[in-house]
Design a protein around this ligand. Structure first.
Ligand code: PLP
Length: 423
C-alpha cells in the first residue's frame, strides 16, 4: 500500500508547529513517548464491547488485562473505589453520568459557560442544555470568585436533581465539601468535573473531590497528561444512595448504572489503544516525578499571573491557584479574537474566551485563557514564565504591528529551540 504522504506531511507540519511555538492553551499538554506509542499501537484493531471478563467478542484476554490495569491504576491515583476508563472523551463521560442519574427534563445546576463552566454543564447549544433543564451559578462581578452562599440560594430555589462542580476556565480551588452540603440540603446528586485540574488534584495540590462528590469525571489529557479521553470515578461511600430499586426489590448499584450508561448506553466498542495509553499515563502520574511536575505547574502559573498583573492585566479573581488564568482584555482595548490571532502570528497559542459578564459574542469575546501545563512539560521554569509574560504583553500592545509580531515570533522560536518535546 502506498504511504499517504499527504497526511504524513501534515502530521509533520503539526509536529513542527508544536516544537517551535509556546503552547499556552490551558486544556492541552504533551504526552510521553510511551503514551504516544500505546495510542498508535495494534490495540486499535481490537473490538471489545463490554467490560473485562464480560465481553461480547472473543480474543479479549489481552485487552482485559490492559483495561483492568488502567482501572486499578486510576483507583490508586485518585483514591477511588470505582472507575470506568472507557469514555472516549470528557463530554462522553459527562453524558453517561447524566444518562445514569437523570431523566430528560430533569433540572441540573452548573457553572455558567461564560463565567468559566463547560458546554456539557448545561449550555443551550449542547445535549446537556437541550435534554435537561439547566440553571446556573456564576462568579461574583467584583471578585471573580464563586460565592457559595449564592449557590446555596440558587439550589434552594431551583431544587436541581444534579449539581455540577467544576470548570474549564476558573483559576481558584473549588470547595467540594461546601458543594456537598449544598447538594445534601436539596437532595441532589453532586458530580465534580475535574477535567482541568485533575493532575494537581491527583497529587494532593488542590482539594480532593472524591470524599465529597457522589461522582467524579475527568478528561485524561489536560494536566493529567494522558491521551485524549475521559474517565468516571466514585469514592467509597456512593454505591447505594442513588441506586435504582428493581422490581424484585434488589438494588441496582450506581456503579452498574454508570457502566451501562457508558456501554451500551452511549458508546460501542472501547478504544483499547487509548485505554492502554491511559494506563501508562496513570502509571506515570503515580510517580514522584509527576508530583514535581505538578508543583512546577502551580509555581509557573502563579509566576506568570503575577507578572501579567504587574503589567496591568486584569486576571479574573486576581491570580491563580491552579494551572490556568482567564484575562479580561477590556482595559487593553482589543478583543479575545484579536489577541488570539495576533499571538498565533507570533507562534504563541492561546484561546479566546468569554469572561464573566462579557458584552461580546462567543466568536469575539473579551478575554483569553492561558495555561502552563504544556510549557511546563517542555521544561520551562519561573524565569521562562517572566519571559513569556513579556512576549505576550509585546504582542497585545503591538497587535496591529506586523513587524513587531514577527520580532516576537523570532524570540519565541529561539526560546523553544532546545526545549524537548516527546516523540
Ligand atoms: N469538562 C470540562 C470541564 C472541560 O474543560 C472539557 C474540555 O475542555 C470537557 C469536559 C470535555 O472534554 P472533551 O473535549 O474530551 O469532550
Amino acid at each position: 500500500m502506498q504511504r499517504d504522504e499527504q497526511i504524513f506531511e501534515l502530521i509533520q507540519a503539526e509536529k513542527e508547529r508544536q516544537l517551535h511555538g509556546i503552547e499556552l492553551i490551558a486544556s492541552e499538554n504533551f504526552v510521553s513517548d510511551q503514551v504516544m506509542e500505546a495510542a498508535g499501537s495494534v490495540l486499535t484493531n481490537k473490538y471489545a464491547e463490554g467490560y473485562p471478563g464480560k465481553r461480547y467478542y472473543g480474543g479479549c484476554e489481552v485487552v482485559d488485562e490492559v483495561e483492568q490495569i488502567a482501572i486499578d491504576r486510576a483507583k490508586a491515583l485518585f483514591g477511588a473505589a470505582y472507575v470506568n476508563v472507557q469514555p472516549h472523551s470528557g463530554s462522553q463521560a459527562n453524558t453517561a453520568v447524566f444518562a445514569a442519574c437523570l431523566k430528560p427534563g430533569d433540572k441540573i445546576l452548573g457553572f455558567d459557560l461564560s463565567h468559566g463552566g463547560h458546554l456539557t454543564h448545561g449550555s443551550p447549544v449542547n445535549f446537556s442544555g437541550k435534554l435537561y433543564n439547566p440553571v446556573f451559578y456564576g462568579v461574583e462581578q467584583e471578585t471573580g470568585v464563586l460565592n457559595y452562599d449564592k449557590i446555596q440560594e440558587i439550589a434552594t430555589k431551583e431544587q436541581p436533581k444534579l449539581i455540577i462542580a467544576g470548570a474549564s476556565a476558573y483559576s481558584r480551588d473549588i470547595d467540594f465539601k461546601r458543594f456537598r452540603a449544598i447538594a445534601d440540603s436539596v437532595g441532589a446528586i453532586l458530580m465534580a468535573d475535574i477535567s482541568h485540574p485533575a493532575g494537581l488534584i491527583a497529587k494532593g495540590i488542590l482539594n480532593d473531590p472524591i470524599p465529597h462528590c457522589h461522582i467524579v469525571t475527568t478528561t485524561t489529557h489536560k494536566t493529567l497528561r494522558g491521551p485524549r479521553g475521559g474517565i468516571i470515578m466514585m469514592g467509597e461511600d456512593f454505591e447505594n444512595p442513588f441506586g435504582i430499586t428493581l422490581k424484585n426489590g434488589n438494588l441496582r448499584k450506581m456503579s452498574s448504572l454508570l457502566d451501562s450508561a457508558v456501554f451500551p448506553g452511549n458508546q460501542g466498542g472501547p478504544l483499547e489503544h487509548i485505554i492502554a495509553a491511559k494506563a501508562i499515563a496513570f502509571g506515570e502520574a503515580l510517580t514522584d516525578d509527576f508530583l514535581n511536575y505538578q508543583l512546577q505547574v502551580k509555581q509557573n502559573a502563579a509566576t506568570m499571573a503575577e507578572a501579567l498583573v504587574s503589567k496591568g492585566y486584569n486576571i479574573i479573581s486576581g491570580g491563580t491557584d491552579n494551572h490556568c488564568m482567564l484575562i479580561d482584555l477590556r482595559n487593553k482595548n482589543l478583543s479575545g479574537k484579536d489577541a488570539e490571532q495576533a499571538l498565533v502570528k507570533s507562534d504563541i497559542t492561546v484561546n479566546k474566551n468569554m469572561v464573566p459578564f462579557d458584552d461580546k459574542s462567543p466568536f469575539v469575546t473579551s478575554g483569553i485563557r492561558l495555561g502552563v501545563a504544556a510549557v511546563t512539560t517542555r521544561g520551562l521554569k519561573e524565569d521562562d514564565m517572566l519571559a513569556i509574560a513579556e512576549l505576550v504583553d509585546d504582542v497585545i500592545v503591538n497587535y496591529e504591528n506586523e513587524s513587531a509580531l514577527e520580532a516576537v515570533k523570532d524570540k519565541v522560536n529561539a526560546m523553544m529551540k532546545d526545549k524537548p518535546l516527546f516523540v
